[in-house]
Design a protein around this ligand. Structure first.
Ligand SMILES: NC(=O)c1ccc[n+]([C@@H]2O[C@H](COP(=O)([O-])OP(=O)(O)OC[C@H]3O[C@@H](n4cnc5c(N)ncnc54)[C@H](OP(=O)(O)O)[C@@H]3O)[C@@H](O)[C@H]2O)c1
Length: 276
């Protein structure tokens, strides 16, 4: 990965940070998109120790807002050299429904629209043979796609999260199609159940249960392995539109394999992004 430029979201914690450090140790230069300057600085220091003198950089954005995603992508497009890997990884599970100031339900906004916005904002700056890697989840298994309920008016946190991870797979497959014939690949993966900050601070019985099982979850370093593999391994050069787990292609549900849903989500995301 020497000399490669990797743009990554959600790299100030958990899976993203572990993947960023591992890729820096392999020689890459990391360009982060972070919402919190202090956390961004702390990760930059870790990256500097992993690959000193590479000139790692951080840009700031709240990725639940399309305007900020668009601005950060434009800044990176202006200032950075062609991008070899874009890792869309920032995500969260919200127990309560909230709507962003742009009118989108925040899980959909962060977990899906930021992937879409970063990809569209940087697509003209991707290097030949570039790879896009999207962090999805096996949580998509329980989810059903519904264009009518994209903004999740009826809200149950885990269901809405699962739908956003289903959207990550639909998005990956449609994005891969949009790059057909260019040599640019788009894949997604399930990291495993990872003891990151993801499960912290959840209230009530759910919080109690998560604290109980956290010691049995895998480490962020382990959870990052498939991201690192998809970003760096020669074994997946040319592979596109696939979902991986444990560094191997894995099965997706019929909902996630539905081309009409993938197309409809893409078209609606294009419309929302243009108006946001
Ligand atoms: N943990 C698991 O078991 C698991 C399983 C399957 C899939 N995943 C997926 O893995 C990805 C990473 O999760 P993780 O487990 O590493 O969780 P994490 O430790 O909570 O990390 C989440 C990352 O996303 C960033 N982020 C959250 N909201 C943001 C916003 N509004 N704007 C910009 N950045 C934001 C966080 O920034 P801050 O540092 O500022 O908070 C952090 O860097 C997510 O997409 C998640 O859905 C996780």
């Amino acid at each position: 990965m020497h000399g490669k430029v990797i743009v990554m979201t959600g790299a100030t914690s958990g899976i993203g940070e572990a993947a960023a450090v591992a890729l820096a140790e392999m020689g890459a230069r990391l360009v982060l998109v972070a919402r919190n300057p202090e956390r961004g600085r702390a990760t930059l220091e870790r990256l500097e120790r992993a690959n000193p003198g590479a000139g790692h950089a951080v840009y700031h954005a709240d990725l639940s807002l399309m305007a900020e995603t668009r601005r950060a992508a434009a800044e990176i497009a202006d200032r950075e050299p062609p991008i070899d890997v874009l890792a869309n990884n920032a995500g969260a599970l919200f127990v309560r429904r909230a709507v962003t100031e742009e009118g989108l339900e925040r899980t959909f906004a962060l977990n899906h629209m930021s992937y879409f916005g970063m990809t569209q904002g940087l697509r003209h700056r991707l290097a030949a043979g570039a790879r896009i890697v999207n962090t999805a989840s096996a949580a998509h298994r329980g989810a059903r796609f519904s264009m009518e309920n994209l903004q999740s008016e009826r809200y149950r946190g885990f269901d809405v999260y699962s739908r956003s991870k289903l959207a990550n797979i639909l998005f990956t497959r449609e994005a891969a199609r949009s790059f057909d014939g260019t040599g640019i690949t788009v894949n997604c993966f399930h990291p495993g159940v990872v003891a990151s900050r993801f499960f912290d601070g959840k209230p009530g019985a759910l919080g109690f249960f998560l604290r109980l099982i956290k010691p049995f979850m895998i480490s962020s370093r382990k959870g990052a392995e498939t991201l690192v593999y998809l970003a760096a391994s020669a074994a997946v050069a040319g592979v596109t539109g696939q979902y991986f787990a444990r560094r191997r292609p894995a099965r997706i549900t019929a909902e996630a394999a539905n081309d009409a849903s993938a197309r409809a989500l893409w078209d609606e995301s294009t419309r929302l992004y243009a108006s946001g």
